[in-house]
Design a protein around this ligand. Structure first.
Ligand code: 5GP
Length: 173
């Protein structure tokens, strides 16, 4: 079994999500937003974020998979759930758990753009720039991860375990 080390406590996460929600609410004041969460890892973050937004929102999810039980992306991304809301001419905010290589997100951005939304912006809980391969413009990020390692908790899994941890933790194999 891998060892677990806390990285971000529940209170730290709450504070980061609240201040991000404030920024997004200010930026989209007077508009309506479609939040598109990327399954599965973003669902806890999205659920906390949307309840702190003070603008009207709709919520949908896209399922994307490439990892299996490994800890690095294959770049071979396939969609496991399609969008159900028609996002044509709407303001879309993609909500991701972690941007690592950026390959998953760049694939999803192109997919969403094919529905001709008015705007598409990116919001991520964690930004891991070290292994970035695709050029991604991240509009909103809660926390930039500088140390190497695989993170779990607050919706993030390792082989489907640990999603229910309230804190974000680092796994040591
Ligand atoms: P990318 O395509 O940017 O390399 O990978 C993005 C996806 O890989 C994220 O949405 C997340 O699901 C997964 N991922 C990347 N790094 C980590 C990590 O440290 N922990 C977990 N649990 N998933 C990760």
């Amino acid at each position: 079994m891998p060892e677990i080390f806390p990285l971000l406590k529940k209170q730290d996460i709450d504070n980061m999500v609240s201040s991000l929600a404030q920024r997004i609410s200010d930026d989209y004041r007077g508009r309506k937003l479609v939040l598109v969460g990327i399954l599965k890892g973003s669902f806890v973050f999205l659920s906390d974020l949307m309840r702190r937004l003070t603008i009207p929102v709709q919520v949908d999810f896209i399922g994307a998979s490439s990892y299996g039980s490994s800890t690095s992306t294959s770049g071979n991304i396939h969609l496991t759930k399609k969008l159900e809301i028609d996002v044509k001419d709407k303001d879309v905010l993609i909500v991701e758990d972690i941007v690592d290589t950026g390959l998953t997100l760049s694939h999803i951005i192109e997919h969403i753009k094919s529905f001709t939304p008015k705007t598409v912006k990116i919001c991520t809980l964690l930004d891991k720039p070290e292994r970035r391969e695709a050029k991604i413009n991240i509009d909103y990020s809660c926390h930039v991860v500088v140390q190497k390692g695989f993170l779990v908790g607050y919706g993030l899994d390792y082989a489907e375990d640990y999603r229910n941890l309230p804190e974000i933790c680092r796994l040591k194999f």
